[in-house]
Design a binder for this molecule. Structure first.
Ligand code: DQA
Length: 152
């Protein structure tokens, strides 16, 4: 019998998400990013998935990590935060790799300012989840578990 390798999902968080918990809690909720990361790790383990959870305030670092995920991850959950609405570089990085991406936003970006309605990521992504707070990350892991046909 061949041994199955554990599949890894890289979860990337963009600028200002390190401030979750204190940042506009009425919009982004009360959980800190590290609380979301711990919850997600536990949830992913129930699907037999591993999580590589990261945050950066820097566009180039996010581009580097997306490139790295091409070899080291089976999927990417991406909340590019404000870079969602501005970054051609992040879009191009996603287009350059074969690793599937699910775009997540805590808030419902379509119920907010018009500049948040456009995403450079969405048409490169497998799907988009927004408006469900931290639950959106959990739903993205569920989607990957089903896409990657991992036993739950
Ligand atoms: C966000 C939505 C973005 O418009 C915003 O710039 C963020 C967070 C969200 O998770 O709701 O920083 O990505």
């Amino acid at each position: 019998m061949t041994e199955m390798q554990t599949k890894t999902i890289m979860v990337l968080n963009g600028p200002n998400l390190n401030l979750l918990g204190s940042r506009e809690p009425e919009t982004y909720g009360n959980l800190t990013l590290s609380e979301i990361g711990s919850m997600l790790k536990q949830h992913a383990a129930s699907h037999g998935l591993e999580i590589d959870f990261r945050q950066s305030n820097h566009e180039g670092t996010l581009v580097d990590w997306i490139q790295e995920a091409a070899d080291s991850a089976d999927g990417i959950v991406l909340n590019a935060a404000a870079y969602t609405h501005t970054s051609v570089a992040i879009r191009d990085a996603i287009a350059a790799i074969n690793t599937p991406v699910i775009e997540v936003h805590l808030s419902n970006v379509f119920a907010r300012e018009e500049f948040r309605h456009h995403s450079f990521v969405s048409d490169q992504a497998e799907g988009v989840i927004c408006g469900f707070g931290a639950t959106g990350y959990v739903l993205a892991i569920d989607a990957f578990a089903s896409m990657l046909r991992v036993q739950s």
